[in-house]
Design a binder for this molecule. Structure first.
Ligand code: AMP
Ligand code: ZN
Length: 113
């Protein structure tokens, strides 16, 4: 996708604070953190949202595996964390490239706003 912010960060065309990378997934620090730990887990391949990930594709599982690893690395396994996907307008999705938020380091409260 030529004009996609997260494609450009994943391809290093524009800078992001990358804290994890493998063949399929990058994780960056969110520029506007909502918690002491706020990472974005982003597939390198472009999908507009979870709705367009083909059935049988492994990327969601891979993202969850990376989330577990990063939760360990950032010390939020024992205290807990939240893995969030915002989908569509009412879901609060502002960047139309699939991503999950990994949030932790404070009590996040429920329900979300
Ligand atoms: P969402 O609203 O779920 O689509 O999440 C998009 C997230 O991307 C927001 O939390 C933004 O703060 C974050 N964001 C936007 N631009 C950047 C950027 N250049 N680097 C890191 N995070 C960003
Ligand atoms: Zn993209």
């Amino acid at each position: 996708m030529d004009d996609c912010l997260f494609c450009k960060i994943a391809s290093k065309e524009i800078p992001g604070e990358i804290v994890y990378e493998d063949d399929n997934v990058i994780a960056i620090k969110d520029v506007n953190p909502q918690a002491p730990i706020h990472l974005l887990l982003i597939p390198k391949e472009h999908y507009d949202s979870v709705l367009t990930v083909p059935a049988g594709n492994e990327i969601i599982t891979q993202i969850h595996t990376v989330a577990n690893r990063l939760a360990l690395k950032y010390g939020i396994v024992d205290t807990g964390f939240r893995l969030v996907n915002n989908c569509g307008e009412d879901g609060g999705q502002t960047v139309l490239h699939l991503h999950y938020h990994l949030l932790g380091g404070r009590n996040l409260g429920w329900p979300p706003g």
